[in-house]
Design a protein around this ligand. Structure first.
Ligand SMILES: *Cc1c(COP(=O)(O)O)cnc(C)c1O
Length: 230
């Protein structure tokens, strides 16, 4: 069942890469497994998936404990400062850094553990009130500020595009984020690289890939609809 979903997603990723003249190896598929039980994660782990995305610290901690340790866990949800300490050495990338206060806390806790934490800056490119993330202008300032912190390394940008019926409507936003990452890269800030663009979800990942996504976060397309009432 999940295997068939995964094959379909793979086909679409491949086709999008081809249309954009990109190599499949440039795009990492993150299976967004939030709310899904461990046997479902194991099922697609068996199909070769190693990147999983979660939006709650508690869920990462539990699943990290149970599942093989070659999995790369991606924190894609809003991160509270009081939860930073417990999760930073369990995740391979935090996609959702959107304030200097959060970055500072990550830096403090990373220093204590003697690690460097890779992060993305989350940009609210469409300016929606309902979304976390910061404006384009603030992203540039925040990147410059975070660059001063020793135990954290900015690897790129992340965005959650609006929920739309036609994924073409989000092309402008993906293009905007891509341009922002080029603008930041051109500033040549020490300790900052812009190799990762985390954008595109089940409804729009093909367009995101066409516009330069290097990580797509696909939940429903792999695991089916989420049930929050259970
Ligand atoms: C839930 C979630 C996704 C996956 O959404 P789908 O539409 O199910 O693919 C991707 N990114 C973030 C940040 C999410 O919270």
């Amino acid at each position: 069942m999940l295997k068939e979903n995964l094959i379909q997603v793979e086909e679409k990723i491949n086709a999008a890469c081809q249309r954009a003249g990109r190599s499949r190896s440039e795009v990492t598929l993150i299976a967004v497994s939030k709310t899904k039980p461990i046997p479902m994660l194991s099922e697609i782990y068996a199909e070769g998936i190693r990147n999983f995305g979660e939006n709650k610290v508690q869920e990462i901690l539990e699943k990290h404990e149970e599942l093989p340790n070659d999995i790369k866990w991606h924190m894609i949800g809003h991160l509270q400062r009081n939860k930073v300490k417990s999760v930073i050495d369990k995740v391979s990338l935090i996609h959702s850094v959107d304030s200097f206060r959060l970055a500072e806390e990550i830096n403090i806790q990373a220093k204590k553990k003697n690690i460097t934490v890779p992060i993305l800056v989350q940009v609210n490119i469409a300016g929606e009130d309902t979304k976390f993330g910061i404006t384009r202008e603030d992203a540039i300032v925040l990147t410059e500020q975070i660059a001063e912190l020793d135990n954290l390394r900015i690897q790129g940008l992340m965005t959650i595009a609006p929920l739309v019926n036609d994924p073409e409507d989000n092309r402008q936003y993906f293009r905007g984020i891509r341009q922002l990452s080029v603008d930041i890269r051109n500033k040549n800030i020490d300790n900052v690289c812009m190799d990762i663009l985390s954008m595109g979800m089940t409804g729009d990942y093909e367009v995101a890939i066409e516009e330069g996504a290097t990580m797509v976060r696909v939940g429903t397309g792999i695991f089916g609809a989420r049930n929050y009432n259970k």
